[in-house]
Design a protein around this ligand. Structure first.
Ligand code: GAR
Length: 188
């Protein structure tokens, strides 16, 4: 049996797609046991297409943040993952997930941390005028993109880059980077 992952997403799911493709390869050391989103994320379709269980845990369906945190942690725990991967999940994790899965939660961020943390890493780097940015895979802690850095890859910023063109090039290096970190973690 390969290592079960639960993947959390909020968006288009191209990062999830990269994980799913890697999981389909012969001798892949992991499989995606479930995909959970905080909204009706387009990326859920990639999981459904493979018959992988999906669930949406919306903040607005819960009376407060703490209740949502507990519901999210319960949704993850229902699939008993060895590793939780944030693949474009745009909310901070609360104590219930961190307490249960601390040290076993990975996040990928589209900037060279500790620069440009938060929800707009690509936009912020571009606005700052950096010439080099990239992607960072971290262990998740309670802060905003403050966890231990596990891997990074650099991307040169072009004169005519927009947030979209730059983010697309970052994703090209970010996705293999994340897959490699997950693979190494699963192989111990
Ligand atoms: C990825 O670039 C990921 O690094 C970023 O969202 C994108 C998800 O793309 N995450 C963050 O910015 C977290 N702070 P996708 O929906 O196409 O997989």
């Amino acid at each position: 049996m390969t290592t079960p992952l639960v993947v959390l997403i909020s968006g288009t799911g191209s990062t999830l797609q990269a994980l799913l493709a890697a999981a389909r390869e012969p001798r892949a050391p992991f499989h995606v046991a479930a995909v959970i989103a905080d909204r009706d994320a387009a990326g859920l379709g990639f999981a459904r297409a493979e018959g992988i269980p999906t669930e949406i845990v919306r903040l607005r369906d819960h009376p407060d943040r703490e209740t949502w945190d507990r519901a999210l942690a319960a949704a993850v725990a229902a699939h008993d993952p060895e590793l939780v991967v944030l693949a474009g999940f745009m909310k901070l994790l609360g104590a219930p997930l961190l307490e249960t899965y601390g040290g076993r939660i990975l996040n990928t961020h589209p900037a060279l941390l500790p620069s440009f943390p938060g929800a707009h890493g690509v936009r912020d780097a571009l606005a700052h005028g950096v010439k080099i940015t990239g992607a960072t895979v971290i262990d998740v802690d309670a802060g905003v993109d403050t966890g231990r850095i596990l891997a990074q890859a650099a991307v040169a910023v072009a004169e005519d880059d927009t947030e979209e063109t730059l983010h697309a090039r970052i994703k090209q290096v970010e996705q293999p980077l994340l897959v490699e970190v997950v693979r190494r973690r699963c192989l111990g």
